[in-house]
Design a protein around this ligand. Structure first.
Ligand code: GLY
Length: 389
């Protein structure tokens, strides 16, 4: 083990898509940026399906989050073009294909009707279709589909390509990568001042961003009041492949809630079909289980019976960083110099553009943009103080 010291304006801890976008956007503002991660570009983005589901994943009580989600969705097309240029031509697979949410029985139909009413109250665009109209759009749907919601504004990207493009953009923008784990936050004179890595490297920085997804709460040295309240929520995801002879199998994302579980099928232009996802509170476990695969295939088969003909090419599990209110943690903590960009839960891919922009603005100017203020980590400070009292 060697020991060396490196200094930058900003240190980003975590090299998933949120850490990478923060590093890239910040470097473009003229700050020097270092990023610590043993395998940058990895993490939950290697598993995620990449739905930009601001409208179809709307939930009661999450109207504030909706504003951030729709703001990020609206930026995606321009963001994809800018990233392609900054990465030397890498395409992130942005596909403006829309989404169809369908119901298989009368309970699902009621649930979807309520979602439609909520979407309308929120001023969102979605259209109710009969089962027959759904099947006219997507002929592979099961004959039993009872109705659905057509949401033409919920698109997709390929998160693996997104991670690769962000990595290349960071390298070209001069971000310095340290391929090791951040073991401990350094605090000097009551201020975050850098981190010590597990290879002995000491990084010092004027500002530190903790962007380590579900691992963000595990960095040693963070004072109790600033520890992000994130927990891992496991998602198992399958990848199938649509042979050319079967194309077009699905032309848009198709999803449903089957017996209370979300299932979605996300078709890529290259023939990949992503089927997700379980949602399991099992700590750090990332085992792919027979039960998880069975449930996903069973539910997906109810929606689109023809999937059983397709080659199953990959099964994988990832960890979403969940927070107590399902919304991200963006901005300064109670420890001066330490900021968070984590806790994106089910919306990490969707929120990547807006996260990069608000974090870069904060790091460059000291001001957290208005759009991010409802998501400051300080919203949990009083709760934490009471629970530790
Ligand atoms: N947003 C999809 C998921 O987290 O499964």
């Amino acid at each position: 083990m060697h020991s060396s010291t490196h200094r930058s304006d900003v240190l980003v801890i975590g090299g998933g898509i949120i850490g990478l976008v923060t590093a890239w956007r910040t470097a473009r503002r003229g700050l020097t940026v270092a990023l610590a991660d043993p395998a940058p570009g990895g993490g939950a983005a290697q598993v995620a399906a990449g739905m930009l589901a601001a409208v179809t994943e709307l939930h009661y009580g999450e109207e504030t989050l909706l504003a951030l989600n729709t703001a990020s969705a609206a930026r995606y097309e321009a963001f994809a073009a800018e990233l392609a240029e900054a990465s030397g031509g890498l395409d992130i697979g942005y596909r403006a294909c829309g989404t169809l949410s369908v119901a298989l029985d009368s309970d699902d139909r009621l649930h979807l009707r309520e979602l439609h009413a909520l979407q309308q109250r929120c001023g969102l665009e979605s259209e109710w279709l009969t089962g027959r109209e759904c099947r006219r759009l997507e002929p592979m749907l099961a004959p039993g589909v009872r109705g659905g919601l057509r949401v033409d504004g919920d698109h997709q990207v390929d998160p693996r390509r997104l991670a690769a493009a962000l990595l290349a953009a960071c390298e070209r923008a001069g971000v310095v990568f340290h391929r090791a784990n951040a073991e401990r936050l350094t605090v000097t004179a009551d201020r975050a001042a850098g981190a010590v890595l597990d290879d002995g490297t000491q990084l010092t920085a004027g500002q530190v961003v903790l962007a380590a997804g579900s691992l963000s709460g595990r960095l040693a040295g963070v004072p109790v009041g600033a520890v992000p309240p994130v927990r891992p929520v496991k998602g198992q995801v399958l990848r199938l492949s649509v042979p050319a002879a079967y194309a077009p199998f699905l032309s848009r994302t198709v999803r449903a809630v089957v017996r209370g579980s979300h299932v979605y099928l996300v078709p890529r232009e290259n023939g990949e079909l992503v089927v997700g996802a379980t949602s399991e509170e099992l700590g750090w476990d990332t085992t792919v289980t027979a039960g998880g695969v069975y449930e996903l295939l069973r539910d997906a088969h109810e929606l689109v019976p023809g999937i059983t003909e397709l080659p199953l090419t990959e099964t994988r599990a990832g960890l979403r960083p969940g927070t107590p209110d399902n919304a991200p943690l963006l901005g300064p903590t109670d420890l001066p110099g330490l900021h968070l960009a984590t806790g994106h839960y089910r919306n990490g891919v969707l929120l990547t553009p807006v996260t990069g922009d608000v974090m870069a603005e904060l790091l460059a100017t000291g001001q957290l943009p208005e759009a991010a203020r409802p998501f400051t980590p300080r919203r949990f400070s009083s709760v934490r103080e009471e629970s530790y009292a």
